[in-house]
Design a binder for this molecule. Structure first.
Ligand SMILES: Nc1nc2c(c(=O)[nH]1)N[C@H]1C(S)=C(S)[C@@H](COP(=O)(O)OP(=O)(O)OC[C@H]3O[C@@H](n4cnc5c(=O)[nH]c(N)nc54)[C@H](O)[C@@H]3O)O[C@H]1N2
Ligand SMILES: Nc1nc2c(c(=O)[nH]1)N[C@H]1C(S)=C(S)[C@@H](COP(=O)(O)OP(=O)(O)OC[C@H]3O[C@@H](n4cnc5c(=O)[nH]c(N)nc54)[C@H](O)[C@@H]3O)O[C@H]1N2
Ligand code: SF4
Ligand SMILES: [Mo]
Length: 730
C-alpha cells in the first residue's frame, strides 16, 4: 500500500510541544461515581518494578496509594511511578484499530483489521517465503506475552526472525554473564547491597534511572561502606560518593583492566577461590600486566592514583559489589566491558555471597522476564538456546510440534532493519517497540519502515513508529491484563488486572491468539486467558536455567514474589546465585575471559573531536511515547538539552540556554545548551526520549557489539557549534 510521506517536520509538529491534558473524569476522577477499589500491582515503567496500589473507579485508574508491605520499595516511588496512572483514560488512547488509507488513518472494526493483517502476512509469506516476515516484541510486556510472541513467530508464522527492544538494553551484560558464569541473571538480591563494604557503580545513573536503588546505596554507606562511581558525568549519586572516576566514554575495559592489574600486583587476588572455582585466570592476569594505571590513565582520563585507590578498596574489601547499567554496556565492546568487571569480582572472590558480586541493573519493566522465554532471536523458553537439540526437543513436545519445525536462530533487532533494507524482510509485526525513536541512526530506520510491504503495530498510543504502519491494532496497558514480570533482582512478581481495555481496545495476548488462529494455527493457541499461557510457559521452561515450573500466581501473591529458578512447587526459589562457588557451566566453574581493550566504532577525529553520549533524565521514559504524554512529567524536562562543560562551552562562545547544533557523521540536531560542571570537558550528553528533529538517535551510529548485537549508543564522535536559533522553529 502506498504510504504518504512522513516528514520530520510533520512528526515534530505533531509530537513536539506536549499538551497538558485533563481526562474525561478529571485527573482524580472527581466526576466518577462508582465505588473505589485498590489493586496491588507494580509500576509499568523501569526494571525496579516497585509495588504500587492503583485506585480504580468505573473502569478507570484514577490514582494510586503506596504499597508499604512490598519488600523491594516499601511504598517508595519515583516521579514516573506516581504519574503512571495518568495514562488510563488519556485522550490519545487508541480505542479501535486503524487502517492506513491514501489520506491517512481511518478507524476500522476488528474483523476487517485482523483479516487484512492475516491475509497480508500470508500473501507475503507465500510470495517470498516464511522468513520474509519478522516479529518485534518488547520487554515492557508481561512475561506471558513475550512467551506467546516467541511461539507465535515460530509456530504461527514459522519465521526465524523475532527479536525485541531488550536488544538495545541489557544484552551485553546478559551475554557476558552467560559466557563467564553460565547464566543471564543477577547473582544478588538487592537486600545484599547494604551489606557490601564497597560498591563500584559503573555507567549507571542510579539517582535518575533507578531511584529506589539509591536507598539501598545510602543504607550501604550508613553501614560504613564506600561508594565508587565511574561515569563521564557526575550523576546525582556522585555527590555522596567516596571516589569518583571520570572515565572517558568508551574506555571502561582499560579502567577495569588496570584495577585488576593493581589487584594482582599487590597480592589482593583470592587465589584459593580462583583455584577452586574458576578457569582461565592466568591468561587474564597475563593480559592485564600490560595495563598499569599510568597507561590506563592516558586512555581513560582517570588519574592513576585514583585507579590505584579504587583497586585497593575493591581488592581489600571482604564484600565488594559492582553495579552496572547501560553506561558500560551500550558499546561495540559492551561484552568486554562487562567481562572485565566480572573478572574483577571473580579475581577477588566477590561472588556467591551476601554483599558480594557483579550485578547488572536491569532497565526495562520486564527486562528480566522478557529475556527468558523466547522473544530473543536465538532463544527458546527457560533461557534455552535455540540451537541446542535437547532444548528443541523439550519445547517442541510442549508445543505439540516436531523439533524440526522450530526454525533456527534469526536476526537481532538492528539486523532486522538491515534485512529490510536489503529486501530480505518484507513485513513486520511489532508489539511494544518504538524503533523510530530508539534505534540508532533514525533516518536509516525511517527508510526501512517505508520500504516494508506490510507493517502492523500493536500499541495503545499512536507512537512515532506506528505512523508508518499499514494497520495499527489498539492493544492494552500493563494494568489491563494479569500476568507476571521478572524484576531486576530476578524476582518473579504478579501484575494484577485493574481495568478492562477501554472502547474497542483489546488485550495484547487476545490479539496475538486471534491472529494465530486466523493464520490457521489455532490448535496450538487454545488459550482463553493469560493464566493458561503462564501454565504452558511453566512447562516449557521446566528444566531450563530459568525454570518457572514451581511458580504459580497464588504462590507469588502469598510470598511477595519468587526468585527463579524454582523447579518444584515446594522449592523456595533462588534469591542468590553461585553460593558455594557453584557456577552454571557444565564443569561447575566460572570462566575468566580475556576482555580486550578495543576502540569505539565512531572514532573522534579533527572534524568530530568531541564525544557524544546519550541516555536518560529522571522524568522521561525510553522513547517517551508514554511519558511525553503525561503533562506533569513533561513540565520537568520539556525538551532535550545538551550538557556541555563550561570549558568546552567557552571555547565555542556558548552560554547556558544558547542554541547549539550538534553534528555527527550521520546528521545534526539543534538543542539548547545546559552548561554544567558535572561532565567531562571532552564529552557532551543528550537524553534520547524525543522524536523527529529533537531525536538524539539521528546522531548515533549502527556499529554493533559482535556478540551481543547491542548498538553503541554511548559513544559517537561529534562537533558542536553555537546556532542562531532552533532549527526550523521548534
Ligand atoms: N528516568 C528513567 N529511568 C529509567 C529509564 C528511562 O528511560 N528514564 N529507562 C530504564 C531502562 S530501559 C534502562 S536501560 C535504564 C538505563 O539506566 P542507566 O544506564 O543508568 O542510564 P543511561 O542514562 O542510559 O546511562 C547511564 C550513565 O552512563 C554514563 N556513561 C556514558 N558513557 C559511558 C561510558 O563509556 N562509561 C561509563 N562508565 N559510563 C558512561 C552516562 O553519563 C550516564 O550517566 O534506566 C531505566 N530507568
Ligand atoms: N540514543 C539512545 N538510544 C537508546 C538508548 C540510549 O541510551 N540512547 N537506550 C536504549 C534502551 S536501553 C532501550 S530499553 C530502548 C527502548 O526503546 P523502545 O522499546 O522503543 O521504547 P519504549 O518507549 O518502551 O517503546 C515501547 C512502545 O511500546 C508501547 N508499549 C509499552 N508497553 C506496552 C504494552 O504493554 N503493550 C503494548 N502493545 N505496547 C506497549 C509504548 O507505548 C511504546 O510506543 O531504547 C534504546 N535506545
Ligand atoms: S523506580 Fe522505576 S519502577 Fe519504581 S516508580 Fe520509578 S519508574 Fe516505577
Ligand atoms: Mo533499557
Amino acid at each position: 500500500m502506498a504510504k504518504p510521506p512522513q516528514s520530520v517536520e510533520a512528526l515534530t509538529e505533531q509530537y513536539g510541544p506536549h499538551l497538558k491534558y485533563v481526562p474525561p473524569g478529571g485527573w482524580q476522577g472527581e466526576s466518577l461515581k462508582g465505588p473505589e477499589k485498590l489493586v496491588k500491582t507494580h509500576c509499568c515503567f523501569c526494571g525496579q518494578q516497585c509495588g504500587i496500589q492503583l485506585k480504580v473507579r468505573d473502569n478507570q485508574v484514577t490514582g494510586f496509594e503506596p504499597w508499604e508491605e512490598f519488600p523491594f520499595n516499601r511504598g517508595m516511588l519515583c516521579p514516573k511511578g506516581v504519574r503512571r496512572y495518568m495514562q488510563s483514560a488519556h485522550p490519545d488512547r487508541l480505542l479501535a484499530p486503524l487502517i492506513r488509507t491514501d489520506s491517512g488513518f481511518r478507524e476500522a472494526g476488528w474483523e476487517e483489521a485482523m483479516s487484512l493483517t492475516a491475509r497480508r502476512l500470508q500473501e507475503i509469506q507465500a510470495k517470498y517465503g516464511k522468513d520474509s516476515v519478522a516479529v518485534y516484541g518488547g520487554a515492557s510486556l508481561i512475561t506471558e506475552k513475550s512467551y506467546l510472541l516467541g511461539k507465535f513467530a515460530r509456530v504461527a508464522l514459522g519465521t526465524r526472525h523475532i527479536d525485541y527492544n531488550g536488544r538495545l538494553c541489557m544484552v551485553s551484560a546478559g551475554t557476558a554473564y552467560k559466557l563467564a558464569l553460565g547464566v543471564d541473571r543477577n547473582p544478588n538480591p538487592w537486600e545484599d547491597i547494604p551489606k557490601a563494604q564497597v560498591v563500584l557503580v559503573a555507567g549507571a545513573n542510579v539517582g535518575e534511572c533507578f531511584p529506589i536503588t539509591t536507598d539501598y546505596l545510602w543504607r550501604m554507606r550508613d553501614n560504613g561502606g564506600r561508594l565508587i562511581v565511574a561515569d563521564p558525568r557526575m550523576t546525582p549519586i556522585t555527590r555522596n560518593a567516596d571516589l569518583y572516576l571520570p572515565v572517558r566514554p568508551g574506555t571502561d575495559t582499560a579502567l577495569f583492566s588496570a584495577m585488576l592489574h593493581v589487584i594482582v600486583r599487590d597480592g589482593l587476588a583470592d587465589l584459593e577461590f580462583i583455584e577452586n572455582h574458576t578457569n582461565g585466570f592466568d591468561q587474564v592476569a597475563e593480559y592485564v600486566k600490560a595495563w598499569d594505571p599510568r597507561r590506563a590513565a592516558d586512555v581513560t582520563g582517570v588519574r592513576p592514583e585514583d585507579i590505584e585507590k579504587a583497586a585497593q578498596w575493591f581488592g581489600m574489601a571482604e564484600r565488594a559489589m559492582a553495579l552496572h547499567a547501560r553506561g558500560i554496556e551500550h558499546h561495540s565492546h559492551g561484552v568486554e566491558n562487562c567481562l572485565a568487571l566480572v573478572n574483577l569480582c571473580l579475581a577477588t572472590g566477590n561472588i556467591g555471597r551476601e554483599g558480594a558480586g557483579p550485578n547488572m541493573i536491569t532497565g526495562q519493566g520486564n527486562g528480566q522476564g522478557g529475556r527468558e522465554h523466547g522473544q530473543k532471536c536465538d532463544q527458546l523458553p527457560g533461557q534455552r538456546h535455540i540451537a541446542d537439540p535437547a532444548a528443541r526437543e523439550h519445547v517442541a513436545k510442549v508445543w505439540g510440534i516436531t523439533p524440526e519445525e522450530i526454525p533456527q536462530a534469526g536476526y537481532s533487532a538492528v539486523e532486522i532493519m538491515e534485512a529490510i533494507h536489503r529486501g530480505e524482510i518484507k513485513a513486520l509485526f511489532s508489539m511494544c517497540f518504538n524503533p523510530l525513536v530508539s534505534l540508532p541512526d533514525s533516518e536509516y530506520t525511517r527508510a526501512a519502515l517505508e520500504k516494508l510491504e506490510f507493517f502492523c503495530v500493536v500499541d495503545f498510543f499512536l507512537s512515532e513508529t506506528a505512523h508508518h504502519a499499514d494497520v495499527v491494532l489498539a492493544g492494552s496497558l500493563q494494568e489491563e491484563e494479569e500476568g507476571v514480570v521478572g524484576s531486576g533482582e530476578g524476582r518473579v512478581i504478579k501484575i494484577n488486572k485493574a481495568v478492562d481495555p477501554p472502547g474497542q481496545a483489546r488485550g495484547d495476548s487476545a490479539i496475538v491468539v486471534d491472529l494465530a488462529r486466523r493464520l490457521g494455527k489455532g490448535q496450538y493457541f487454545p488459550f482463553e486467558s493469560t493464566r493458561e499461557i503462564f501454565d504452558e510457559l511453566r512447562e516449557a521452561s521446566r528444566g531450563g536455567h530459568a525454570d518457572y515450573y514451581g511458580i504459580t500466581y497464588e504462590r507469588i501473591e502469598k510470598e511477595m514474589g519468587i526468585f527463579w529458578p524454582c523447579p518444584t512447587l515446594d522449592h523456595p526459589g533462588t534469591p542468590r546465585f553461585f553460593e558455594g562457588g557453584k557456577f552454571l557451566h557444565p564443569d561447575g566453574r566460572a570462566r575468566f575471559l580475556v576482555a580486550e581493550v578495543r576502540p569505539s566504532g565512531d572514532p573522534v577525529a579533527d572534524d568530530f573531536p568531541t564525544f557524544l553520549t546519550t541516555g536518560r533524565v529522571v522524568s522521561q521514559y525510553l522513547s517517551g511515547a508514554q511519558t511525553r504524554r503525561i503533562g506533569a512529567l513533561v513540565d520537568q524536562y520539556p525538551n532535550p538539552k545538551v550538557e556541555v562543560h563550561p570549558k568546552l562551552a567557552e571555547r565555542h562562545g556558548i552560554l547556558n540556554d544558547d542554541w547549539v547544533t550538534v553534528t555527527t557523521r550521520r546528521s545534526s540536531i539543534t538543542v539548547q545548551a545546559m552548561v554544567v560542571r558535572t561532565i567531562r570537558p571532552d564529552t557532551v550528553f543528550i537524553p534520547y526520549h524525543w522524536p523527529g528533529r529533537k531525536s538524539a538517535n539521528r546522531l548515533t551510529h549502527r556499529t554493533l557489539d559482535p556478540r551481543s548485537k547491542i548498538p553503541e549508543f554511548k559513544v559517537s564522535a561529534c562537533r558542536i557549534e553555537k546556532a542562531a536559533g532552533p532549527q526550523g522553529g521548534q
